[in-house]
Design a protein around this ligand. Sequence first.
Ligand SMILES: *Cc1c(COP(=O)(O)O)cnc(C)c1O
Length: 340
Amino acid sequence: MDKNIDWANLGFGYIQSEYRYISNFKDGKWDDGVLSTDANVTINESAGVLQYAQTCFEGLKAYRTKDGNVVCFRPDLNAKRMADSCRRLEMPVFPEDRFIEAVEKVVKANIDIVPPYGSGATLYLRPYMFGSNAVIGVKPATEYQFRIFVTPVGPYFKGGVKPITLRVPDFDRAAPRGTGHVKAGLNYAMSLHAIVDAHNQGYNENMYLDSATRTKVEETGGANFIFVSKDGTVITPKSDTILPSITRRSLMYVAEHCLGLKTEEREVLVDEIKDFTECALCGTAAVLSPVARVVDHSKDIFVAKDTENMGEITKKLYDTLTGIQMGRIEAPNGWIKVIQ
Ligand SMILES: *Cc1c(COP(=O)(O)O)cnc(C)c1O
């Protein structure tokens, strides 16, 4: 294991690793793919990605488990979601079985920087694809590059599990109808202004509402919401314009099947969140981050029952999910891919 990294104090940043996986698409097919030590990408000035943002990505993690294995959590769902993103952006699909093989290869090549069990850090994997040849008329590129790099990361929000605060912004979330299911930089680029503004005003993140009516809760910049109602039901917003988080789908399964809780995936009105007892953000990066307060133009519209600590049900969900990922709790069938 790399002795130069201070695992316990890692933030969520980029640390260059030795190896990344690269495969190129040309003349209608993907090449065999290689591991490379070159962290730089060289492309034409008119590449499809640079002019028309033809690119999408994924995010998943490798964990070192209690018994010393290195595992990935449900990489098949990342492979499938990336294929969906590619189809929506008129990009060629990187075959799902090859996606999983590439994940395995790149983690194995960088096994020395998979953080130790119990350190609180994990290895984040960033698969992505972009149009690499020159286009100037508005049309899809004909050549693409698929890459996966890795970087060891700590918690996404500073302070670990301490509750964060959100606000409802004046800005709509970037993802317009139809692109909500695409995990793509184009949606993130349009959200940067809202997030910088939120930070300037002292909030950690935004609670985006549906752009059509601005009455329903959507998600935050890069994570879905989970709420708990007074009677202990775990509720998550149902919407066509949010990214279907793998963490959220897993947590809802865990709530129902491992913890025996009542669950609902349904439209959530902004007006009803004042009655909820717990709120948290979920995603690969955020894991499950508790929310203390949500503010709408200086008015509190949600205040957690406990604003200092993770709520009771959020904590149970967090412990069960991370227990499964770190090998302390038996995983539902097919959730854990051992890297060997
Ligand atoms: C990646 C992402 C999420 C979280 O999805 P996970 O699969 O749980 O990591 C949520 N919302 C958006 C917009 C995202 O890009």
